[in-house]
Structures are given as C-alpha cells and as structure tokens.
Design a protein. Structure first.
Length: 368
C-alpha cells in the first residue's frame, strides 16, 4: 500500500504555529496514532496529509511521492471525520457508493464493492436506511464503509469515536483494530484519548503545541517516557510528580530521593545512572500502580516506605484509587481492592522504586 513521510513540515496561521518542524515517517501497513490535548496540532497534521490544509513549509510524501500540490482527490487517501459527514437524504447504500459514482466506476463494480464493505462491517441490513434511522455506532460504521469501498492507500480517521458512548467506544475501537488487520492498509488515527491510543496503535506520536514530543510503541512510551509531558499524558490515572533532591545517605553509597516529606532509596542500577546528579534538584515520577498499600505489596517489589494521609478513596471494583497527602502534595495510588482505609486515616505505602522516573526540572527531559 503506502508509507507516509513528513519532512520538516510547518503550518502557520499568521504568528500562530500549529505544526512546528514535524519530521515523522510512517511505515506501510502501520497503525499510527496522533495523540495530544486539544489544540496540540494533531488534526491539523492529519489534514495536511489529506490536502485539506495547505503546507506552509516542508514536504509531505505518500509512497515516496511528494503530494504538497496534489489535490485531495488525487492523493489516494480516504478520511473518516468526527461528524461522519453522511448525506442525510441518501440511503446507506448511496452514501457508500457516492464517491465511486463520481469517479465513473461501473455500476456492477460499485454494487460489489459496497456489499463487500457492508458485509465486512456487518451493516448489510442497514443498506436501505437513511442516516437519521441509525444509531451513532451504525453511522460510524457507514462512514468507515464509505472509506473502505475506495480501497485507498491510506486511511485517515479524525476522532471517529468521540460521539459514541463509553461502552460502544470500547467495542468500536476493537472493530477498527480488527479492520486494520483484515485490510492490511496504512491507518493514521487522531484522538485526544490516550487509552484509545494505547490499545490500538502500533506506534504513537505524542504532540504538544504543534511539536512532536516523542514517537514510539505504546509500551515504550509508557515504560520509558522521554519527558514530563509524555509521562503525564500517557497513563490513566496519570503519573505522580514530586519536586525532590538527590542526596547520598550518610557515609554509604545509597542514593536518596528527598522531597522534604519523604526519603526514598534509589535501587542500585538506577542509582548508578543518576549519581552524577547528586545534590541537584529533580522531578521524581511514579505511576499510581507502583504505589502499593503496605499490607498488600506484591512479592518481588523493590520497595521504599511512604506514610501518607488519606484524602479521598474511589472503589473501581477490581482496584481502589487512593488520593493521598504527603507534605501537602496530593498523589494517586492504585491499590489492592482488599485495602480498607477511609478519608482522614493514615496509611503505609510501599513505592516500587524499580519503576521510578527522574526528570530534569529545567528541561523536563528524562534522566533515567
């Protein structure tokens, strides 16, 4: 099918830089997800590829062909919009067939392609209905089907699940992942939902203020975030951050993370990596699932004790979120559901320091 490349791409509206020096390569058949907060430039980045926005500077390629000045209809891409953009006066069949009719595709071939796509998406019974008679999930499948019939080199999906309820979102993202495997085509997907990104992507491109912060596999972004922004954006609930100083403990070689409210020992392998920052201020990061109630700490955890006051608890069924207070700083812990504690009480935690993160407070770049 097609690979896609952005080479030093800028998009400016006056003094506003929506996309800032983006260089990114997407492999053939890859499922790439652009993720970031509202206004970060992810939809603009997608629209530059589609030809719906004009590139200010740089080069965009599809299958190694520069497409900067190629009209959208000639780029061999298909796009699924957040609003689905279905024609309300047309049947599902006619909505799916419309693009093919404009391209003068023979009627028999149109019929074959529409029915094949409808079969793949499970919407054969809906072909005679109008969009107003469909649920949100059904409209979403029709919009995807309209893209499939074109057999494009690249599928572009701009927040296609944002109008669906929570249960349907879970079902539909699994269907889109399955569809990607069946079609073996390049998919580029935009979302602000990092859970969608983590569950669907081969790789994720994290954007902030038009700048590509990091691009990598979901597991690498989660385990080895390159900076504070990525660390805080990827993961739900997000990573906890504390201002701290790295100090040595007495005459020993032990390296300590000292926040003023707690002192946590850094494991030997990580201590060796960051010992040169001894005496310096840092940002200490730890994910909620690496903060365990002391009574239910899993075996093998490289633990450092932390005592905290309980502010709020949230029972999630298979786990409990505890909002703790340490030195006036609120943090979140995901603990065993057998943990029994109430707001206002004090609880002992064990921090899994094997999974700690350390960042430079000035550059916010990861030091470990």
């Amino acid at each position: 099918m097609a690979n896609v490349s952005y080479e030093h791409v800028f998009k400016r509206w006056g003094e506003v830089v929506a996309v800032n020096d983006l260089t990114l390569h997407i492999e053939d058949k890859e499922f790439m997800v652009y993720v970031g907060p509202s206004g970060c430039g992810k939809s603009t980045t997608l629209r530059l590829l589609a030809g719906l926005e004009e590139i200010t500077e740089g080069t965009v390629k599809i299958s190694d062909r520069v497409v900067n000045d190629v009209p959208p209809k000639d780029r061999d891409i298909a796009m699924v919009f957040q609003s689905y953009a279905l024609y309300p006066h047309m049947s599902v069949y006619d909505n799916m067939a419309f693009g093919l009719k404009l391209r003068k595709v023979p009627k028999q071939e149109i019929d074959s392609k529409v029915k094949e796509a409808a079969e793949l998406l499970g919407i054969i019974p809906l072909l005679d209905r109008k969009p107003k008679a469909l649920s949100g999930g059904q409209r979403q499948r029709v919009a995807v089907g309209r893209a499939i019939v074109r057999n494009p080199q690249v599928f572009l999906l701009d927040e296609p699940l944002s109008n669906l309820d929570a249960k349907l979102r879970v079902e539909t993202r699994a269907n889109i992942s399955r569809l990607h495997q069946q079609l073996a085509t390049t998919f580029i997907y935009v979302t602000h939902d990092q859970i969608e990104a983590m569950t669907m992507a081969d790789r994720i491109a994290v954007l902030k203020d038009g700048v590509l912060m990091q691009v990598d596999t979901p597991s690498t972004l989660y385990d080895h975030p390159g900076n504070v922004f990525v660390a805080g954006f990827i993961g739900s609930p997000s990573m906890n951050f504390f201002d701290a100083t790295l100090v040595e403990q007495g005459d020993t070689d032990k390296l300590i993370v000292d926040s003023g409210a707690f002192r946590l020992e850094v494991p030997g392998d990580k201590a060796d990596q960051i010992r040169k920052y001894q005496g310096k201020e840092v940002i200490f990061g730890i994910r909620p699932e690496d903060i365990h109630a002391a009574a239910f700490t899993p075996p093998g955890v490289i633990a450092a004790p932390l005592n905290a006051d309980v502010d709020v608890t949230e029972l999630m069924g298979n786990e409990i979120f505890i909002y703790g207070l340490s030195g006036g700083k609120t943090f979140i812990a995901r603990v065993d559901p057998r943990t029994r504690v109430a707001p206002g009480e004090t609880i002992d935690f064990n921090i899994n320091m094997a999974n700690m993160h350390i960042f430079d407070p000035t550059t916010e770049i990861a030091l470990v």
